[in-house]
Write a protein that binds this ligand. Structure first.
Ligand code: HEC
Length: 115
């Protein structure tokens, strides 16, 4: 195994182990899902700069980039979440359609926040 791969595994398992439990009523389900499943690669505010991102090729897109947001339909985002986009794994098995939809909305929200 190459070192970056080992590190990304280590970082991933660390993130899973340290997963924050959402405070009731404070965080939306989508945010909690994002923190649990996506943040390791996509970063806390979707900048594409999570701890695992450095080891990935290509790097995760930045959800805060207006060009990224403009270039994708909700449908395309949902398809990527369900089916994956290497090196991103597919999440279609573990997420319901409603959860995927909520994550798409959350990604849009990340894109609309000023940095
Ligand atoms: C193992 C790291 C990793 C994880 C975990 C991950 N992603 Fe990604 N994601 C990526 C990478 C890398 C790309 C860019 C792939 C490319 O451009 O080919 C990407 C791309 C995307 C895209 C853009 C697809 C497009 O149209 O270009 C969306 C949307 C996305 N991820 C959502 C999510 C969501 C939501 C989660 C959590 C449920 C998640 N990702 C978890 C690595 C990850």
């Amino acid at each position: 195994m190459t070192r970056p791969f080992v590190w990304s595994l280590a970082a991933l398992s660390l993130c899973v182990a340290l997963r924050p439990s959402p405070a009731p009523g404070q965080q939306s389900d989508a945010k909690a899902l994002y923190q649990r499943l996506c943040v390791a690669c996509h970063g806390p505010i979707g900048g594409g700069d999570g701890p695992v991102a450095a080891a990935l090729k290509p790097k995760p897109a930045s959800f805060t980039d207006p060009q990224f947001q403009a270039a994708r339909t909700d449908e395309q985002l949902a398809t990527a979440i369900k089916g994956g986009k290497p090196p991103m794994p597919p999440f279609g098995q573990q997420l319901s359609a409603a959860e995927v939809k909520a994550l798409v909305a959350y990604i849009r929200q990340l894109g609309s926040k000023p940095r």
